[in-house]
Design a protein around this ligand. Structure first.
Ligand code: ADP
Ligand code: ZN
Length: 737
């Protein structure tokens, strides 16, 4: 990899007029040569360079290649007022590019996703929550205050805030004189408040103390290592990895904590503040552009000691990264499914190995990949045996739905109703879990059998009664619920089929009219604060029955909850995905783990139509290691990850005929892949066969673990000629196979 070599072998300063290679964010196939500007430049400098009539963003990547008339070379326009990219970051980008088969300009774009990076230092004003009286309350003004309260540590420009709240800029301006809203200079150069690594944490249990000691030693050694930190939710993993963070900060290095879900961020920010006396920097889709500029710059200059964020926080320009925590490491949302297709968990390990940092993978239900790496001795493993405090794992039982004979409009069995009633009488909480948003997954015409589908995707429209719309869960498109069948025009015959969380709520309210019920589903909350408040209410015991989707499976602690009822334990086992067993096992254990905290042992009841299914039996038996061993054997036999390598080749385009023909052509010309012993399956419809009007066809490539898959794929792709309206994308380590 020539780009990598370039970055690795050079570290010097270039004097004015020397020819340097500049990698730009423009889709060119190699860095371009430019002359170093007045005062010279150095490797890693972020620069602007002329390209045709424009100026574009770039990074000084090494010595120029030359070989042309030097007098024709143009000079770098200017060096940006930000810290240069570190050598380990340069290698990281090159390595991720090589692994995911992503061209370097796209990698640089990923690493410079702070909009306005090249703007002159701006004196733009930002607007935050003030302490003054609100002058004459209006609905718009109240919404401004509510939005600012939701995001206490984010800075908005006037325009950003107005768009965010959905009010005119004049409304906000009008709140400044009274002090209800504060107007300040842009915080772009504002360092984050200091986190005190020596502030003391909680007194640790023996298990926690042992794990903390091991992790602190790993961090203190300033060498690369990866450790799986395994323990059920509530076992105190967060408390333990915050100790590793403390060690990292004490060493003067930066720490990154990746979380799978933005909804978990605010709770976590509070814990960091409690532990270290201040909040860390935040990086995810909910962060304003203005704040992103600040985070990007401060991470680069060392003015931010700690970042918590979503997967793309891995591509921030850390000065001196000493620790990466990947919380809920098994979570599928760590895989980026658009643009550069990378897995943030795996790339964390790569990043850490390049800068001598420690990785902590925290989970109650690790991925098979991580489990296999522990077995192979590549990762260490630390276990937190019991929950923090005296509680134990819940008792697990199957409810055989074949004997229940429920009508098609009812989803809660009599046994489950009885169990919930018992809890309500005792003043304890129950959770009913269903992994389906909306009211009903299918809307069918009782006259002709027609099912309402999305116009742009290969997906059914899901009825959302709360929003009073039909919604496509693939593309987010919504439409009004029709009163007549779009196909046969029959009046009033459209009916919901199957349960969603909203429909379940309806049944619960009917069956338990006196109970206090809360529904936790991401659609039902306008803001992060509303969700947080609901979660707090539940945690305080203010609810008898919680009805929830996947949102409740992730990381919240409800101390008074003693019963979990899973409405459809079989849901994830349908379909042919080889990862289905792993996913279902993880999800069911996560959900069941919500029951029984503090002194009360919990119970988990799973409604199932196939109680003999091996995965359901493994879940009930709670034999985790046994499950992993069986699953590992099966994957080994099939030669699939983590014991073999896979890649998806996805062709997409507006015309199904063109896409299918192109895929057929490709499948007949796979010589470079066959040379490394790889097998090519398909073409077949991709897991989502149509999205946003684009048809998608997939070839699956399977190779042995040590085969040079990327090499073969890029050689193969270089020989590919595609029609203009067909796009090719390569997905290394696909999520489903
Ligand atoms: P996990 O990350 O494994 O879900 P947490 O670290 O969030 O577990 O711990 C669960 C709960 O127990 C939290 O409310 C946490 O504050 C509390 N806790 C954990 N360890 C301790 C400790 N050593 N002392 C006091 N409280 C603790
Ligand atoms: Zn759609």
């Amino acid at each position: 990899n020539p780009v990598l070599k370039l970055a690795m072998t050079q570290d010097h300063h270039f004097t004015k007029g020397t020819l340097v290679a500049v990698l730009t964010t423009e889709p060119l196939d190699r860095p371009l040569d430019y002359k170093a500007p007045e005062g010279g430049c150095q490797i890693g400098d972020f620069v602007q360079v002329p390209l045709g009539p424009r100026k574009v963003l770039g990074c000084v990547w090494g010595k120029g290649r030359g070989g042309f008339d030097l007098s024709k070379a143009r000079a770098i326009s200017n060096i940006l007022d930000v810290a240069p990219m570190t050598p380990d970051m340069m290698s990281f980008l090159a390595r991720v590019g090589a692994y995911t088969l992503t061209p370097m300009p796209a990698m640089l774009r990923l690493a410079t996703r702070a909009p306005g990076l090249v703007d002159p230092p701006s004196m733009r004003k930002v607007y935050t929550l003030g302490t003054g009286e609100m002058p004459r309350e209006t609905d718009a003004r109240r919404r401004v205050i509510a939005a600012l309260k939701d995001t206490p540590n984010l800075a908005f420009t006037l325009k950003e805030l107005a768009e965010h709240v959905g009010v005119g800029t004049a409304v906000i301006k009008g709140m400044v004189p009274s002090g209800a809203v504060l107007e300040q200079d842009s915080p772009r150069d504002l360092e984050f408040p200091h986190l005190d690594p020596h502030a003391s944490g909680k007194t640790l249990s023996d298990d926690q103390a042992a794990a903390s000691t091991a992790l602190r030693a790993a961090v203190a050694s300033e060498t690369y290592s990866t450790t799986l930190l395994k323990g059920v939710t509530g076992s105190g993993k967060t408390e333990v990895y915050l100790e590793a963070v403390a060690e990292c900060l004490a060493k003067g290095r930066q720490a990154l904590v990746l979380l799978p879900e933005i909804a978990l961020t605010s709770e976590f920010l509070d814990r960091v503040e409690e532990r270290f006396g201040a909040k860390p920097a935040e990086w995810h889709s909910g962060v304003t552009m203005t704040e992103r500029r600040r985070v990007w710059k401060m991470v680069g200059s060392g003015g931010a000691q700690m970042v918590i964020g979503a997967r793309s926080a891995l591509f921030l320009p850390y000065r001196n990264l000493g620790l990466i925590v990947v919380d809920e490491e098994h979570d599928t949302s760590y895989k980026q499914e658009e643009g550069v297709l990378y897995n943030a968990r795996d790339m964390s390990v790569l990043r850490a190995s390049l800068c001598s940092a420690t990785v902590v993978l925290a989970s109650a239900t690790p991925s098979l990949e991580t489990w296999a790496n522990v077995e192979a001795g590549k990762y260490k493993r630390l276990d937190l045996q019991s929950r923090y405090g005296p509680a134990v794992m819940p008792e697990m039982k199957a409810l055989d739905m074949r004997t229940e004979k429920l009508p098609a409009t009812r989803f809660i069995s009599d046994q489950l109703v009885a169990a919930v009633n018992e809890r309500v009488e005792r003043g304890e909480q129950s959770l009913l879990f269903i992994n389906r948003r909306g009211y009903a997954p299918v809307t069918i015409c009782r006259a002709c059998g027609f099912q309402i589908a999305c116009d742009h995707c290969d997906a059914r429209m899901v009825e959302h009664r709360f929003l009073k719309r039909l919604m496509c869960h693939q593309c987010g498109e919504t439409k009004e619920m029709p009163t007549t069948c779009p196909s046969c025009k029959a009046e009033g015959r459209l009916a919901p089929v199957g349960p969603g969380v909203e429909r379940l709520a309806e049944e619960v309210i009917e069956k338990f009219p006196d109970a206090k019920v809360a529904v936790l589903s991401s659609d039902l909350f306008g803001s992060a604060r509303a969700l947080k408040e609901q979660i707090k209410l539940i945690a305080n015991g203010d609810t008898d029955i919680v009805i929830g989707t996947q949102l409740v499976a992730k990381g919240h602690n409800f101390p008074n909850l003693t019963l979990v009822g899973v409405i459809d334990a079989d849901l994830g086992l349908q379909g042919s995905d080889l990862r289905a067993a792993e996913r279902t096992f993880q999800l069911m254990r996560q959900v069941a783990g919500r029951a029984g905290r503090a002194e009360k042992r919990g119970t988990a009841l799973m409604q199932t139509y196939q109680p003999e299914h091996p995965v359901i039996r493994a879940i009930l038996a709670g034999d985790e290691e046994g499950f992993w061993k069986t699953e590992a054997e099966e994957r080994k036999m099939a030669g699939v990850p983590p014991y073999g390598r896979m890649a998806g080749i996805i062709l997409s385009g507006p015309d199904l005929g063109d896409v299918t023909r192109a895929a057929g052509d490709l499948a007949r010309n796979t010589m470079p892949l066959q040379k490394i012993g790889a097998m090519v399956f398909g073409p077949a419809p991709a897991p989502i066969a149509r999205v946003r009007g684009k048809h998608r066809v997939r070839l699956l490539v399977k190779a042995e673990k040590n085969a040079p898959l990327q090499n073969a794929l890029s050689r193969w792709a270089a020989g590919v000629r595609l029609p203009k309206n067909v796009r090719l994308q390569i997905d290394i380590d696909p999520q489903s196979f």
